[in-house]
Design a protein around this ligand. Structure first.
Ligand code: IVH
Length: 667
């Protein structure tokens, strides 16, 4: 039985959130960015095709990284853009058609080149000397990593024949053998290994001590130009040749082609060739070859209209299934997890994969000891997709679903294909609930992430969520690796959370079906948590966006005896239970009646933008429709951006959004 869209959506949500956490909070990602892109994209697609499923707090509305403040940030002379991505030949064809149309019948030629899976940098040479290296940052400003860049072995510090001022765009990476060696030495020292070469390169470029950087053999490849006045080059293929001719590291594999058939052929050729490159490649970049045509085509907020990245399909590998473990989620759903012999898959080492649920395991007849095929595809990734039965060890037995919760031993119930732990005291659930409560978009408790949540619970310091407000320096001192300073910081973070807005608190409680947007609406409507908790079904359905099903969920949640205990305890701990003046501020604001959709990576948590838009009278929803007034698009926006364009919905960059807020306020 394959999962329903709702089931798949729920699984995807949890997966993407977990990877966001590993990436942004723990800086310890488990999958390659390409694999993450696919997961994220499927989530977006499901949200577009099934708008009713879309969770208001979906990671598609969440945060991106800001430049480190420990490096000087510098404005880019020419904005550093990103690329639109596609995984399908159909969309590639659309791109080629669009180019042709926008060139009004002029024939287009294309350069096809490797998409390097590294970190974008902008490198400036003045009077032939390397003078500056910047990261992309937010595209407008990047971190000054000149000292680190200067350690890169394949990048000459001086190049006599260069024009007086020229800026190159390229990608920094760590070659595969160096990556393996680095991880080996890290493991010897007891440090966590990097998941893939890209993360290793990112971690290295962020080091403040360039002597440490120099010990790791980073490399760079250049493929474009930033600020480069007066250069007589006319095409991308000339640029590739010129870069090599100057003695700089460039692409020696590129193709100059015309028409769809040739473009596709070059993409396939590259797919064969790329295994021999020293850098990891996750796709091909197709660029309009002539610079004058590139100029005619121009760009959108985010990406040029003259280029697109075509990403290669997921890879599969075979490996042994060593064990199956069970994970307990925030609502008690048990997910079986495959513990695998580590295997390299699409550029990252995989040692765990999801097995979805017990029906899937039974259907595929997966057994411990089996040689299994794993894939990182558009689905929940990585996943075990099949078993190689010819390699099955003798005497293997089917995997039996647990009969009790693997964490608390409590009773399990079956809900569709899933098993769920129903115990309210389950510490597995408690860890996840705590993590959600403390999350940046919820109570925003600094220092209380996944690891800390698990530590607190495992050390026996918490049996209930509210007990974080009873933590003391003394109790924390018992924890591993907890210094006085971090304990003090954590306590300060916890204390500050007492004064969070009502909307945040409602969201943090983790009421089923209640995301950040609805939490704000509920806060405004009821103005106090007590009133919300006492609301009847009919009172709840009076609220905009609350249908009978959601009303039922909310009422059930608040009638639960353990919720009541929790609220009493939180109140006693001094948490703010009433709407702040800022939450109640008049809604006839500058965005009165305007409908927003958010997409891509913004410079602050999604929830912050949602709150601002709402405080200015606007509303936010999960999917683009003809009724949408604005799409606020951050970095790496995907299908929502495409949909908005096709519906001619006005797309705003963050900068334009700020400008609009300013303008409207002045009107
Ligand atoms: S051109 C304005 N060419 O991929 C055009 N980018 O996903 C900007 N990348 O931000 C980029 N290989 O960091 C270009 N051959 C290539 C590339 C490449 C890798 C990176 C680049 C870009 C990202 C977009």
């Amino acid at each position: 039985m394959s999962p329903t869209p709702a089931q798949r959506y729920a699984r995807l949500l949890e997966e993407v959130r977990r990877h966001d956490h590993l990436y942004y909070i723990e800086a310890r990602p488990e999958i390659s960015d390409a694999a993450y892109d696919r997961l994220y994209r499927e989530l977006l697609d499901l949200e577009t095709s099934h708008p009713k499923l879309a969770d208001e707090n979906s990671p598609t509305r969440k945060v991106g990284g800001a430049p480190l403040d420990s490096f000087r940030t510098v404005a880019h002379a020419v904005r550093m853009q990103s690329l639109n991505n596609t995984y399908s030949e159909e969309e590639l064809q659309d791109f080629l058609d669009r180019v042709e149309k926008n060139l009004h019948g002029q024939a287009a030629e294309f350069a096809v080149e490797p998409k390097v899976d590294g970190l974008a940098v902008s490198l400036r040479y003045e009077q032939g000397r390397l003078t500056q290296g910047l990261t992309r940052g937010d595209g407008e400003r990047g971190d000054d990593i000149t000292e680190n860049i200067k350690t890169i072995r394949n990048l000459p510090l001086s190049v006599p024949r260069l024009p007086p001022r020229i800026e190159f765009r390229g990608e920094v990476y760590l070659p595969e053998p160096a990556f393996a060696a680095l991880n080996q030495s890290r493991e010897k020292k007891g440090e966590p290994p990097f998941a893939n070469p890209r993360n290793a390169a990112a971690g290295t470029l962020k080091l403040l001590d360039s002597r440490e950087v120099a010990k790791r053999p980073l490399a760079v490849v250049l493929y474009g130009l930033g600020d480069a006045p007066g250069l007589p080059l006319k095409t991308q293929d000339q640029l590739h040749r010129q870069i090599l001719d100057w003695g700089l590291p460039g692409h020696d594999w590129f193709r100059h082609v015309r028409g769809t058939a040739e473009v596709l052929h070059a993409i396939r050729e590259l797919n064969q060739a790329r295994t021999r490159f020293s850098f990891a490649t996750d796709g091909a970049v197709i660029k309009v070859n002539r610079f004058d045509q590139q100029k005619t085509l121009g760009q959108t907020d985010k990406a040029p209209r003259w280029a697109i990245a075509y990403k290669y399909a997921a890879e599969q590998s075979e490996t042994r299934l060593l064990d199956v473990t069970f994970q307990v989620g925030r609502t008690g759903v048990i997910t079986p997890v495959a513990e695998l012999a580590p295997v390299l898959l699409s550029g990252s080492t995989v040692s765990r994969a999801t097995l979805h649920n017990f029906e899937e395991i039974a259907r595929k007849d997966i057994r411990v000891g089996d040689l299994v095929r794993v894939e990182k595809a558009g689905e929940v990734i990585p996943a075990v997709i099949s078993v190689n039965l010819s390699q099955r060890p003798a005497q293997s037995k089917p995997i039996r679903p647990p009969r009790h919760c693997p964490v608390c031993q409590g009773p399990l119930i079956k809900e569709d294909a899933f098993l769920r732990c129903t115990s309210r005291d389950c510490v597995g659930q408690l860890k996840r609930r705590l993590q959600h409560f403390a999350h940046r978009g919820a109570m925003d408790i600094e220092g209380l992430g996944e690891v800390m949540a698990a530590q607190l619970v495992d050390a026996g310091l918490l049996q209930h969520l509210d007990q974080i407000y009873g933590l003391t320096g003394e109790k924390l001192a018992a924890l591993d690796r907890m210094g006085e300073k971090s304990a003090a910081n954590l306590l300060a973070g916890i204390d500050a959370s007492r004064r969070r807005s009502l909307g945040r608190l409602i969201f943090a409680l983790g009421i089923p079906q209640v995301g950040a947007v609805l939490s704000e609406t509920l806060a405004r409507h009821f103005r106090s948590l007590d009133r919300l908790a006492e609301a009847s079904l009919s009172e709840l359905t009076l609220v905009n966006d609350v249908g009978p099903k959601v009303a039922e969920e909310i009422a059930t949640f608040f009638h639960d005896a353990s919720t009541r205990r929790l609220l009493t305890a939180l109140k006693k701990a001094g948490l703010n239970f009433t709407a702040l003046p800022s939450e109640l501020a008049e809604r006839g604001g500058v965005f009165s009646g305007k409908k927003f959709v958010l997409t891509g990576t913004l410079s602050a948590p999604r929830e912050e933008f949602i709150r601002r838009i709402q405080s200015l009278g606007g509303s936010v929803s999960g999917s683009v429709s003809p009724k949408t007034d604005y799409l606020l698009a951050g970095e790496d926006a995907g299908s929502k951006l495409e949909k908005a364009r096709s519906l001619q919905v006005r797309v705003l960059s963050e900068k334009e959004f700020e400008k609009l807020v300013g303008q409207k306020a002045a009107e």
